[in-house]
Design a protein around this ligand. Structure first.
Ligand SMILES: [Zn+2]
Length: 420
């Protein structure tokens, strides 16, 4: 499927803050113009014009939200060639099962109550809720993922979540005891509509649980590869608290999770449904102390990212000069931010390996590195492998023992360039 002029016409620069609409957006890091990071290319598209969109991290002076300031049309991001499947890693699957069990414990008598997952993908989290006795419903705009979920018995609406979708669900299924959004809240283009929809759909004692990479972790650990066009906002407790207040909801708890290199879980409710945990103010105080709303500290993050790029390129260049063969391992969306920001192409990496068959046989967007099946490492023995999904390093390194047993070394790019 090709991009239509209508889709391209809908891509645009931000007119203000994604949450508070304030117009004082300050530049933190410019990652250059980059292709859409999940747009893996088939061979016949290699010679086509590739559309690049500005990718810049900015901070709102009014509410503190970190965000990008250029929007790619969601039809391009989620409908065309969408290849992310949440069940690809064991670590991810176990995490979502635990999450469902934890939320079930949080509610009194969840049996038969409705759990709605926004951006439900193939239904991994909802399967967990189903096992806990919930009635489940997914909402996801990606056709392939929604089809797989429905085929696996997880009822899924193939659409974006908006206030209209929420009203339709409420009419057909009643209110929801649980509404979840894992790695999706920061992706939503029509955020006001989705948030109003959550409020209308949520039962009076229900809970909204939102999981998103922690902006503080991203800044502290120089995880600039978290930045790509699907991620509009890089969330933290202060702007989230303010945003929900403005939409008639209440942030009542926060929890730090380990998945994806540090993720924050936000618990939201109708005002007054439960007492507010002291962790909310503690988290906000920690964010302020860490400089998350201080533009000088944030600019320091931008400098750190550029220093990390030089460190990685120096290492790769030295290895190539020494005649070493280097490949990449795993081709997550975040890997494409890193590859494009660092200009790492086939000059450095012979190929990238991947287990997701939707990506195997294609090429990385922008950098055009061929993606081969992991099994190539049974027969080929490169010297070094740049681990692009570094957040799943222990699992991937265990899976690819054959590579290290033959003397191969892993390069972990983030938080610091390290050879293992
Ligand atoms: Zn703002």
């Amino acid at each position: 499927m090709y991009l239509s002029p209508e889709m391209l016409a809908k891509c645009h620069a931000a007119s203000g803050c994604h949450m508070c609409k304030g117009t004082n957006l300050r530049l933190v890091l410019d990652l250059g113009s980059q292709p859409h990071s999940d747009d893996f290319l088939e061979e016949q598209r290699l010679s086509d014009i590739e559309f690049l969109y500005p990718l810049r991290l900015v901070s709102c002076a009014d509410c503190g939200l970190l965000q990008i300031d250029y929007f790619v049309d969601p039809e391009i991001l989620y409908r065309v060639n969408y290849v992310y499947e949440s069940s690809t890693t064991k670590t991810g699957t176990a995490h979502y099962r635990d999450m469902a069990a934890g939320i079930a414990k949080h509610l009194s008598n969840p049996q038969g109550k409705l759990a709605v997952d926004i951006g439900s993908n193939v239904g991994v989290l909802l399967q967990g809720f189903k096992d806990e006795g919930f009635a489940v419903l997914g909402v996801d705009p990606a056709q392939h993922a929604a089809r797989t979920a429905n085929a696996n018995g997880i009822e899924t609406i193939n659409d974006f979540f908006t206030v209209e979708t929420a009203r339709m669900i409420r009419e057909q299924k009643g209110t929801a005891a649980v509404i979840t959004g894992t790695n999706v809240f920061a992706h939503i283009h029509s955020l006001d509509s989705a948030t109003d929809g959550m409020r209308e759909l949520l039962a009076s004692d229900g809970v909204i649980v939102i999981e998103a990479p922690s902006a503080m972790e991203m800044i502290d650990k120089v995880e600039y590869d978290t930045i790509y066009h699907q991620h509009i906002g890089y969330l933290s407790a202060l702007p989230m608290k303010r945003y929900f207040e403005a939409h008639g909801l209440e942030l009542y708890d926060v929890e730090l999770q380990e998945i994806h290199g540090g993720t924050l879980r936000y618990f939201v409710q109708h005002p007054g449904a439960r007492t507010i945990s002291a962790r909310v103010d503690k988290q906000i105080a920690g964010e302020i102390a860490a400089g998350l709303y201080d533009i000088e500290r944030l600019k320091g993050f931008g400098k750190d990212a550029k220093a990390q790029r030089i460190e990685l390129l120096t290492l790769l260049t030295d290895l190539k000069r020494a005649g070493k063969r280097i490949i990449g391992i795993s081709a997550p969306a975040k890997g494409n931010t890193l590859l494009n920001f660092c200009h790492i192409d086939t000059t450095y990496l012979d190929y990238v390996t991947e287990r997701n068959i939707l990506k195997v046989g294609k090429y990385t967007p922008g950098t055009h590195i061929p993606i081969l099946n992991d099994s190539i490492l049974d027969t080929d023995s490169p010297d070094y492998a740049l681990l692009l999904a570094w957040n799943f390093a222990p699992e991937i390194m265990a899976n690819l023992k054959c590579f290290s047993e033959k003397g191969g070394k892993f390069i972990i790019p983030i938080p610091r360039v390290t050879i293992v």
